[in-house]
Design a protein around this ligand. Structure first.
Ligand code: GLA
Length: 811
């Protein structure tokens, strides 16, 4: 049984982890242990010892001076009884004060997950995949109740937590009345209610967060924890590109594959607060939930407030271990519907090719080109509706612009389908331009604070999704477009942070941010639940809302507007700590890159994007025939290994040097692995490089080969003159023309080895350094990369040693 209650102790066990707590003699929930699975009994050995009064603490009760809440590891802590660490709750209770003291009343264990009631998305599982413990607590002085839910996902080593606060003041339920002393009925105002909090023994932790901004999302930052609080918080109205809600706590010395690592995340898309606080008694409090920023929510007697779900995992196999749990959890218990576990199509998006400047003719030409490359889904991005010729007008008016699309949306979609591709469409339903018919008809639907200046972002205002009329309008207008043109994919964008937060329809303005997100969830549910065949890709200027809440509706997210592969190593790499490749939209675009001006090889652009859901987003008109041929081969390669890329076991390697990044993904049946070797800035006279492939059968024999990729002549510039038999201007017309039809073959290596040897590491060929060149030289330079495919050899017995044919193919 994953959950057992014996005496006062609760044991929550997953396949590889155990989480224990117990009720104390005063009824508080004392945290005991979270770590590798242990099947020992009794649990006292791990409990914090109390034999003396800890100096300068407040005693909870004079009958036991050793009992101080400030020095106890707790599962929940109220306010006002001597625990001075950050409390998950701050509320004015019906007695008018802020003190709260929740003690145990009863509990229940049920198979499966328990549905959430108040419009929040949550994880889900069948009765044999998970079970749920509900612990009921009461604040005796006011009869206010707190329910703590723990859902245990056995196979994926994840436990989720959430809290429900019920204003039961005035209620005389006999079960609670026995423990309640007071209780005149009255309102309760929540100023902070986090989803959960837990106190872990300090292990010299680092808090690892994923932070950034537009086009630089999810860069990893490590914050060594010392005394005090480290907060990971968003106040932009979205889960945000500033600070992703997910974070890790890694013990001192932990790396990608070693050490104790705890992971935390939140099934929520709005303002969040996560924190780690090292208290004065060597306990680290971790808490996570809706951000208290501008939050105030009053509960009348009989009303309740439900928090979003907090997700926890643990691994003693380093950060990759924690990531693997999170990846399985997202694929198995967050993503749902027709697209769960299903391979995602290779798409082409017209945005970077045209921006707002397109005609039907141009689009069809682009689509034909995409189809010829092997693309499966053509996506028409911004600019297809209303007067949307720039980002200053038209948002809100989802009537097709006939000047641009004379055949209408249906006619255009039919043309795309006739080419053999699916058709997808962009919307930004939560926003409005002042220059739009929608704003002219309903100025009161835009979020603005009365009597104050209005602030725009990307020239647009936010629609008031707290207002049910606005929600209904979006459900109706987007839904009817979807049905009119048989759309099979939607890119749902959201392109500004919320400011001027105010809604005339709310009873209290402290509800704004949370109500907005509840409104968004209602809209998404109403539009997409009846249309399960549609693949939803959520986007918020790229990854401004990359979170578990959105993933409950959209199986994939547009990771970042930044498609520069070197930037993407940090962005996709950062997100991979928390989310699987199956949900990361990753596109190949033009070079030099439009935001960084970085010139990267087409091979590297693909090699990075392949570790996600592959797409292309560039103007095909300017590609040479050779480049198109290379892309065709890339797409064919991706399709061949798509399941491994999207659903394989993805891992990162600790970089031995800062300029080398290694990723790999191993097919779930162990039949193949694909590894990415990426070099950022080359250094002169590069040392030896190793390729490690882990997670394979140690005794089995494998063959490793590089994915064939093109090396274009223009990478060599004037160096060409040293190898050509005739003297030619390297920048002249002959070489330029030759470069359009002729390429060298890049980085070809083949090795055979056992899984054990591959885990130890294979030495790769020398890198080019100017002192010679032969068929064993790897030409990486700045931003070079290679993909290595490892396939199991089923016919031959494992070799005794290492065989290295090192054969170089002819171009
Ligand atoms: C945002 C998105 C882009 C694109 C544009 C269109 O920036 O992230 O991918 O859709 O909007 O305006």
């Amino acid at each position: 049984m994953p959950i057992t209650a014996e005496g006062s102790t609760f044991r929550l066990d997953t396949a590889g982890t155990s989480y224990w707590f117990r009720t104390t003699s005063f009824g508080h929930l004392e945290h005991l242990y979270y770590g590798p699975r242990l099947d020992v009994q009794p649990v006292d050995a791990v409990a914090f010892k109390r034999s003396i009064q800890i100096g300068a603490t407040v005693a909870y009760d004079q009958s036991d001076l050793t009992y101080s809440l400030d020095a106890l590891p707790l599962e929940w802590s109220g306010t006002g009884y001597g625990d001075y660490r950050y409390s998950p709750i701050e509320a004015r209770l019906p007695d008018g004060g802020f003190a709260s003291d929740f003690t145990y009343v009863s509990h229940e264990i049920v198979p499966g997950d328990t549905p959430m009631l108040d419009g929040l998305p949550s994880s889900y599982g069948t009765d044999d995949q998970c079970s749920t413990l509900r612990v009921d607590l009461v604040d005796a002085a006011t009869a206010v109740r707190l329910q703590l839910f723990y859902t245990v996902y056995d196979a994926v080593d994840v436990i989720t937590r959430r809290a429900v606060l019920i204003n039961a003041s005035g209620d005389d339920d006999p079960e609670y009345a026995a423990q309640s002393t007071g209780t005149a009925a009255g309102p309760l105002t929540i100023r902070r209610l986090l989803s959960g909090s837990v106190d872990l023994p300090d292990r010299n932790f680092r808090m690892v967060t994923f932070d950034g901004d537009w086009i630089k999302e999810a860069h990893r930052h490590d914050h060594p924890l010392a005394a005090g609080l480290v907060a990971n918080s968003s106040t932009t109205g979205a889960s945000s590109n500033r600070h992703n809600p997910g974070f890790l706590l890694a013990e001192g010395g932990a790396d990608e594959d070693n050490g104790w690592v705890y992971g935390f995340n939140l099934v929520y898309s709005g303002n969040h607060l996560g924190l780690a606080e090292v208290g004065s008694h060597d306990l680290v409090r971790v808490a996570l939930g809706v951000n208290p920023h501008c939050f105030e929510w009053t509960l009348q007697p009989g009303e309740r407030f439900e928090t979003p779900e907090m997700v926890m995992t643990f691994s003693d196999a380093g950060m990759n271990g924690a990531s693997h749990h999170f990846h399985d959890f997202v694929n198995d218990h967050i993503v749902r519907g027709d697209w769960q576990h299903r391979e995602r199509p290779v798409l082409f998006n017209n945005w970077e090719a045209h921006f707002f400047d397109f005609t039907e003719k141009k689009l069809l030409q682009l689509a034909r080109g995409a189809r010829d490359l092997g693309v499966e889904l053509f996506v028409l991005d911004d600019g297809w509706f209303g007067q949307r010729d720039s980002d200053t007008a038209g948002l809100g008016d989802y009537d097709v612009n006939r000047r641009k699309l004379p055949s209408g949306l249906t006619g255009f979609a039919d043309e795309i389908r006739a080419m053999g591709m699916e058709f997808g469409l962009w919307f930004e339903p939560e926003m409005v331009n002042e220059d739009s018919d929608l704003f002219r008809a309903h100025p009161e639907w835009a979020v603005r604070a009365p009597g104050r200046r209005t602030t725009l972002g990307r020239n647009q205002l936010v629609l008031d999704l707290t207002n049910p009329d606005v929600q209904d309008y979006i459900i109706e207008s987007v839904g009817s477009v979807l049905d009119s043109a048989g759309i099979s994919y939607v890119k749902w964008d959201m392109n500004r942070h919320i400011s001027d937060a105010y809604s005339p329809t709310l009873s209290e303005q402290g509800r704004f941010f949370h109500s907005y997100i509840l409104g968004l969830y209602r809209v998404l549910d109403a539009i997409f639940r009846p249309r399960p065949q549609i693949l939803l890709e959520s986007c918020a200027s790229g990854g401004d809302r990359f979170d578990l809440g959105m993933l409950c509706y959209s199986p994939q997210v547009w990771t970042s507007d930044d498609t520069d592969p070197i930037e993407r190593l940090a962005i996709q790499g950062g997100l991979s700590y928390l989310y699987p490749p199956s949900c990361m939209g990753a596109h190949v675009s033009q070079a030099p890159h439009q935001q960084t001006l970085r010139l990267t090889p087409l091979s590297t652009r693909f090699n990075v994007a392949a570790f996600g859901v592959l797409g292309y987003e560039l103007d095909l008109k300017y590609l040479t025939g050779l480049q198109k041929k290379e892309i065709r081969e890339q797409i064919a390669f991706y399709k061949e290994h798509r399941r491994t890329f999207q659903y394989g076991r993805f891992s990162r390697f600790d970089p031995r040097k800062a300029n080398k990044i290694g990723w790999q993904t191993v097919a779930r049946d162990g039949s193949e692995a694909v590894s990415g070797f990426f070099q950022t800035l080359a250094t002169a006279n590069e040392g030896y490089d190793t390729l490690r492939v882990t997670g394979l059968d140690p005794a089995r024999r494998y063959t490793v080969t590089t994915r064939p990729q093109y090396l274009y002549l223009d990478r060599f510039g004037e160096l060409l003159k040293h190898i050509l038999p005739v003297t030619l201007d390297p920048n002249g017309p002959v070489i330029r023309t030759a470069g359009k039809v002729y390429h060298l073959t890049d980085c070809v290596e083949t090795y055979q080895a056992t899984g054990a040897l591959l885990a130890a590491g294979v030495m790769l060929d020398n890198q080019f350094m100017g002192s010679g060149y032969n068929e064993h030289t790897r030409l990486l330079g700045d931003f070079g990369s290679a993909l290595y495919v490892t396939t199991a050899d089923l016919t031959e017995p494992p070799p005794t040693g290492f065989i290295r044919p090192g054969r170089r193919r002819k171009s």
